[in-house]
Design a protein around this ligand. Structure first.
Ligand code: DGL
Length: 273
């Protein structure tokens, strides 16, 4: 294998692109190798054992490439399996939950923080645990938003139907007097304009992406892993287990540049016990 040089990023689908875009913005010399398991998305309503197995398969896939750090850009996967992946992977691994929690704490003035995410992320209390550890006197309130990931994955996140669904789902939170709302699923930033309309512009929306990219940058610095100055033009690689055409369409709109996407099956990947 050639010298480890890329940043591996994985998600159940296109959600991790919200993190990838920020990594590319903050670290433009770094090459991304992205895998989205769109064929099996959503993960959020699946049992923990399945999420664990699928995530381990994505990790195995990405580690076939010369990767020097890995970002689990999926809250659901990170909530279930981050520590396990860390303990069995030779390269540094970061998740999105701690960075998101830190960003929320620094944004909140009143200490009333809401968290929206998948059923698994909310049920696991993943954000609450980190928030309480960092700052015990917070009021937190988590709510699952099951229809959101499907709206994004199908490319329907700009439609009037999406606006109506987001408004209905978010309605219970409007009575909570929150000043900060964590988008605790990496798909949700694609719905951010609609979520902001539904909750009100006085509530600060937090996406984990910026803080995760900052943590990645600090990690590369600590381990002296920054890309060589001489590295020629960076060529990112995007893989999906699903429809490459739809992935490219959503990806290019979000990233703002053309991307190459290839469909790869995880069927041949070694099953991690
Ligand atoms: N993007 C993912 C997350 O951050 C998961 C969505 C899903 O597959 O349910 O939780």
């Amino acid at each position: 294998m050639s010298k480890p040089q890329a940043i591996g990023i994985i998600d159940s689908g296109v959600g991790g692109l919200t993190v990838a875009r920020e990594v590319i913005r903050q670290l433009p010399r770094e090459q991304i190798i992205y895998f989205g398991d769109n064929a099996r998305c959503p993960y959020g309503s699946r049992p923990a054992d399945e999420i664990r197995m699928f995530t381990n398969q994505m990790v195995q896939f990405v580690l076939q490439y010369p990767v020097k750090a890995l970002v689990i850009a999926c809250n659901t996967a990170a909530a279930v399996v981050l520590e396990e992946v860390r303990s069995r992977t030779a390269v540094p691994v970061i998740g999105v939950i701690e960075p998101g929690a830190r960003a929320a704490i620094s944004a909140s003035k009143t200490g009333r923080i809401g968290i929206i995410g998948t059923e698994m992320t909310v049920r696991a209390g993943a954000y609450e645990r980190v928030l309480q550890r960092l700052k015990p006197d917070l009021y937190t309130m988590g709510m699952a938003c099951p229809p959101f990931v499907t709206l994004v994955e199908s490319g329907r996140y700009h439609t009037p139907e999406a606006r109506q669904i987001v408004e209905q789902v978010i309605a219970p939170l409007t009575h909570e007097e929150l000043d900060t709302l964590i988008l605790g699923c990496t798909h949700y930033p694609l719905l951010a304009p609609l979520i902001e309309q539904a909750i009100g512009s006085d509530v600060t929306l937090i996406s984990s992406a910026e803080e995760t990219a900052r943590e990645l940058s600090a990690l590369l610095s600590l381990h002296q892993l920054y890309a060589d100055q001489g590295q020629s033009r960076v060529r990112h690689q995007f893989y999906t287990s699903g429809d490459a055409h739809l992935f490219r369409q959503i990806g290019e709109e979000w990233m703002g540049f053309e991307i190459d996407v290839e469909t790869k099956s995880l069927d041949t990947i070694y099953q991690v016990k």
